[in-house]
Structures are given as structure tokens and as C-alpha cells.
Design a protein around this ligand. Structure first.
Ligand code: ADP
Ligand code: MG
Length: 223
């Protein structure tokens, strides 16, 4: 048990640190990209290493985007928010990603959903990470279902795909930093998501079957 505690404490400290660093990297990154574009417009033929520099900067941007891209990690304010408009914004944000993977996003919302206590941008980050994973799990396209229900004193947000699924022996690895099976993955999305949902007193549950698909549920307490 002590070993487990040490591990979870360590992961939480790593998570905090990483989110802080990611946040601080954003502004210099934006300015670097801006100057790089300027460089291109100044030269007749673009410098030899231009494309490499741009693609490396895009890679950094992708890694940072798995974290809290909007909220300052040490300045988090919790308020009551409605889940539905947050999900609608995130689905809009993921639209291009979905189209590229030939995926349709199908939604279903219970009427009369209670608001939940959260930092809006953090919770949106979780929804975006889970939605992106569901889309990426379906290389041949198909439907991803996003469903929001109330179960007693819990709001359940469900992301259901019929993609590649996760083999049982790999389930315990989910949420470990840098665990990824994707060529261009970061293995940071779930770690960040688990950490955020834990801090809200909620939990993320996973059901998955290889070659059949996965269901990720975010369960949040109603106050
Ligand atoms: P990344 O998406 O960058 O790989 P994540 O932390 O978001 O990092 O996910 C870690 C791993 O968990 C993925 O590489 C994948 O193997 C597995 N995974 C997550 N969500 C799903 C899903 N919906 N279907 C199948 N595998 C998944
Ligand atoms: Mg991911």
C-alpha cells in the first residue's frame, strides 16, 4: 500500500509540474512560430531547414496541447458549470479531427442535467482528450457516441467508440505518463485527464474489448 501511495503521489507531482511547464511554454512557442513565418516571408526561397523547424515546433505544440492549454494551473477557480455547452464547444473543436478520421460524433443529453463544480477549461481539456482518443481508435471511421446522463448524485459523461479496443493486460497502464501505442502519441492525455477528474472528486472508468471498442466514463459528483 505504501508503494502504491508513493507512486500515486509521485504521479500527481509529475502531473502538476508538467502542466505548469506546458503552460509556460505556450507563449514563447507562439512567438517562435510567428518569427518563423516572418522569416519565410522575408526570403525568396525559404531557408533550408524551415520545414524541419516548423514541424518540430508543431510537435511541441501538440505535446503541450495535451495539457491545460487555457487555464493557469496555479490559478484555478471552481464554479458551477453546465456540462452540455462545454461538450458542444469541444465537439466543434474536434470536428476537423473527426472528419479526417471519417468519424461522426453522435450526441445524447438527458434533459435537466444539473451543473457540476469544476474549472471550466480543465474539464473541457478532459473531454477533448477522451474524444480525441475515441476518434483515433477508429482508423476505418464510424461513430463515436457522446452521452450525458444523471444517475442519482452523479453526472455521467460517456465516450463510446467501436474502435480497436484495449487488451486487458494493458488497462492498468492507462494514465501512466508516456504510455502510448500511437506512432505520434504523447501518452500524456489520460494522465492529465485522470488527475483533473480526481481533483474534482470524480472518477474515470474504462470498459474495453479488443477489436470491439471502448467506453470511457467520466463520473462527476453533483453538489
Ligand atoms: P496518446 O493518445 O497520446 O497515445 P493518451 O494518454 O491519450 O495518449 O492515451 C494512452 C493510450 O491509451 C493510447 O495510446 C491508447 O493505446 C490507449 N487508449 C486511450 N483511449 C483509447 C480508446 N478510446 N481506444 C483504444 N485505446 C485507447
Ligand atoms: Mg490521447
Amino acid at each position: 500500500a505504501e508503494e502504491m501511495l508513493r507512486k500515486s503521489e509521485m504521479l500527481s507531482i509529475i502531473g502538476q509540474l508538467a502542466a505548469g511547464v506546458a503552460h509556460e511554454i505556450r507563449n514563447p512557442l507562439t512567438s517562435l512560430k510567428g518569427f518563423l513565418h516572418l522569416l519565410q516571408s522575408r526570403y525568396e526561397d525559404k531557408p533550408k531547414y524551415y520545414d524541419i523547424m516548423l514541424s518540430e515546433l508543431n510537435r511541441i505544440e501538440h505535446i503541450v496541447s495535451e495539457f491545460l492549454v487555457l487555464a493557469k494551473p496555479h490559478n484555478v477557480v471552481f464554479n458551477l458549470h453546465d456540462i452540455r455547452p462545454m461538450l458542444e464547444q469541444i465537439i466543434l473543436l474536434a470536428e476537423t479531427h473527426a472528419i479526417m478520421h471519417d468519424v461522426q460524433i453522435v450526441t445524447k443529453y438527458d434533459a435537466d442535467l444539473p451543473p457540476v463544480r469544476c474549472e471550466e477549461n480543465q474539464l473541457k481539456q478532459v473531454f477533448l482528450n477522451l474524444l480525441k482518443n475515441a476518434i483515433e481508435a477508429m482508423p476505418d471511421g464510424g461513430e463515436v457516441h457522446v452521452e450525458v446522463e444523471r444517475e442519482d448524485n452523479v453526472v455521467v459523461v460517456r465516450f463510446r467508440d467501436h474502435g480497436c479496443g484495449i487488451p486487458e493486460d494493458r488497462l492498468p497502464k492507462l494514465g501512466e505518463p508516456f504510455f502510448t501505442t500511437k506512432e505520434k502519441g504523447t501518452g500524456l492525455g489520460l494522465m492529465v485527464s485522470y488527475k483533473i477528474i480526481n481533483s474534482l472528486g470524480g472518477k474515470i472508468t474504462v470498459k474495453s474489448k479488443e477489436r470491439e471498442g471502448s467506453t470511457f466514463e467520466v463520473r462527476l459528483p453533483v453538489v
